[in-house]
Write a protein of this length. Structure first.
Length: 121
């Protein structure tokens, strides 16, 4: 099994030492067995799901529904290696009545989606 990332991170020459990317590509490669087509499909599906759940969290006022949506997004984010996004979703899960974590999560969703789009060009 090949555990090196299939995708080359965009602008990798300008990355700072220790800088984290929105999606851990080495983790994703391990999850998909290094299958590039599968990685692309997983990233496309995740970007779509993150957008849908982010919009749901933005408009939802029911705390139980907010917790469930955040929990779903957290699991999906962890499965693809979007760990910072998963952490933001966990904050909503823990404080579903607080709007501040939703704002931070929506920013992170956009960051992850932009990153995925740069990989799939």
């Amino acid at each position: 099994m090949n555990e090196t990332p299939v995708f080359a991170p965009p602008d990798s020459s300008s990355a700072l030492p220790g800088e984290t990317r929105p999606v851990d590509l080495a983790f994703l490669a391990r999850q998909t067995g290094g299958d590039r087509a599968l990685e692309e499909e997983v990233l496309r599906l995740f970007a779509r799901q993150a957008s849908i759940l982010g919009n749901e969290l933005r408009s939802q006022t029911d705390c139980e529904i907010r917790k469930r949506s955040a929990h779903t997004l957290k699991g999906a984010a962890r499965a693809v290696g979007a760990f910072s996004l998963a952490d933001q979703a966990l904050r909503i899960e823990e404080e579903p009545e607080n709007p501040a974590p939703v704002t931070a999560l929506l920013r992170e969703v956009e960051t992850v989606r932009d990153y995925i789009a740069s990989l799939l060009r």
